[in-house]
Design a protein around this ligand. Structure first.
Ligand code: MEV
Length: 449
């Protein structure tokens, strides 16, 4: 075990890191090191850019970068860049985009763009004294942070309301400053955290000196200051709607009215049952995450927030809703999406920059709309399959190429297999059987799944 532990790993060169890790953790060390190093970018300057994003990098981890075209959103057509490894997600988004293109397209409305941050602190004094001094504290906080907020204010953003929250009924002496921010086109994490850290210093100084908080003002201790990734006030609504009879063509199996009703029920199941809701929302995030990743936004933050938002009334529910009323089909999702189109990696990652280019260099609000509509499209496509053919036929058709590659099929076998499985159920075993019985290839295929 001892030889698997190292100190000073970060000081090794990239080649040394790779040699060390493969020697100590992999059976075929040399082959593994060569394979991993093979994913290094040929352009040294570009590789340096990528290396700077993280620590201890030894190579790159490629993901497919795809495009879902024909997205009509608020009257404008987009080709949406998506980074995702799961077969059929881009195809599903594209097919839903095309379906709605002929029915008025997607619409989206940004409901609000407020982001939040917190300074958590403890104080054993009387909360009433804190409340009394709060107006004065608030002016000091704003004044002391002016050097940080000035530029953001010029761009139309800055610090909004500052609230004193008393949590001492949950944990003795626990309070927080909850601060609202507008960060314009940036996601704003660095801005928010810098302001909050200045607020922390001001808060402690203020408490130590203010006569109304003595003699225990010096005991006020800031525990931490950090933005909140829960942004229930940074929300966009994406929706599609059309008369029910315009749903004709949504599927072969059902007429438009039956399709609309079955679709509504499928959404309703995810509203009332958390087990289904998680899978349903995962489908929405198939679309959301793929665009968030393509534009180098923070998909962990978006996911964490989205799921918390889905449980905001105490039960985890579908993020999308559907009604069929007075002959009108309406399908929509409200999604909290704190994203940026400037700052962070959005302009540093060459492909994120290109993604934004492809999207026409949108504002943060426009990007919120695009992401939400892609999530809704994904949800529409998934439900459309689930309530008709089932998800596997489409999914496995897309996955067929992966299986064929895995089984080492040649060009001609691949062509024949695609033709063969056009009207058959794809499974790993069925593809292996087909290849084994394929003339001229009998017995070649032996790899296990
Ligand atoms: C698979 O990645 C996503 C789905 O499971 C979503 C859903 O069930 O709604 C198909």
């Amino acid at each position: 075990m001892q030889e698997k532990i190292i100190s000073g790993f970060s000081k090794l060169t990239k080649a040394e890191k790779l040699t060390w890790v493969t020697r100590h953790y992999v059976a075929d060390a040399e082959a593994a090191a060569g394979e991993i190093a093979g994913f290094t970018h040929a352009d040294e300057r570009l590789q340096q850019v990528l290396d700077r994003f993280s620590e201890n990098t030894v190579a790159n981890y490629p993901m497919p970068f795809g495009i879902a075209p024909n997205f009509l959103i608020n009257g404008r057509v987009y080709a949406v860049p998506m980074v995702i490894e799961e077969s059929s997600v881009v195809a599903a988004a594209s097919s839903a985009a095309k379906f709605w293109l002929a029915r008025g397209g997607f619409k989206a409305e940004v409901l609000s763009t407020v982001k939040l941050g917190q300074v958590h602190f403890t104080w054993s004094g009387d909360p009433a004294r804190l409340r009394l001094a709060f107006a004065e504290l608030e002016s000091r906080l704003r004044l002391d942070a002016a050097y940080l907020t000035e530029n953001m204010e010029k761009r139309g953003g800055g610090v909004g309301r500052i609230e004193l929250i008393d949590l001492s009924d949950r944990e003795p002496g626990l309070f927080q400053l909850r601060v609202a921010f507008q960060t314009c086109d940036s996601m704003g994490a660095n801005f928010i955290n810098s302001v909050l850290e200045q607020f922390s210093a001001t808060l402690e100084e203020f408490a130590a000196a203010h006569p109304a908080l003595q003699p225990d003002g010096k005991d006020l201790v800031v525990i931490m200051a950090i933005l909140s990734n829960y942004t229930p006030e940074c929300v966009v609504r994406a929706y599609v709607e059309c008369p029910v009879d315009r749903l004709a063509g949504a599927c072969k199996e059902l007429g438009p009215a039956a399709f609309a009703e079955k679709f509504r029920k499928a959404v309703r199941i995810a509203q009332v049952d958390p087990y289904r809701a998680v899978t349903h929302n995962k489908g929405i995030f198939n679309g959301v995450d793929a665009v968030v990743l393509a534009t180098a936004n923070d998909f962990r933050a978006i996911e964490a927030c989205g799921h918390a938002y889905a449980a905001r009334d105490g039960q985890y529910r579908s993020l999308s809703n559907c009604t069929v009323e007075d002959g009108l089909f309406r399908f929509w999702a409200d999604l909290p999406l704190a994203v940026g189109t400037v700052g962070g990696l959005t302009n540093l990652h060459p492909l994120a920059r290109r993604s934004l280019d492809i999207l026409g260099n949108p504002s943060a609000e426009e990007l919120m709309a695009i992401i939400a509509c892609t999530g809704l499209a994904q949800n529409f496509a998934a439900l459309r399959s689930l309530i008709t053919t089932g998800i596997q036929s489409g999914h496995m058709k897309m996955h067929l190429a992966n299986i064929l590659h895995h089984l080492g099929a040649g060009e001609q076998e691949t062509r024949e297999a695609i033709e063969h499985f056009r009207d058959k159920t794809v499974s790993f075993a069925a593809v292996r059987e087909f290849l084994n019985s394929f003339s001229g290839n009998a017995g070649v295929v032996s790899k296990a799944p």
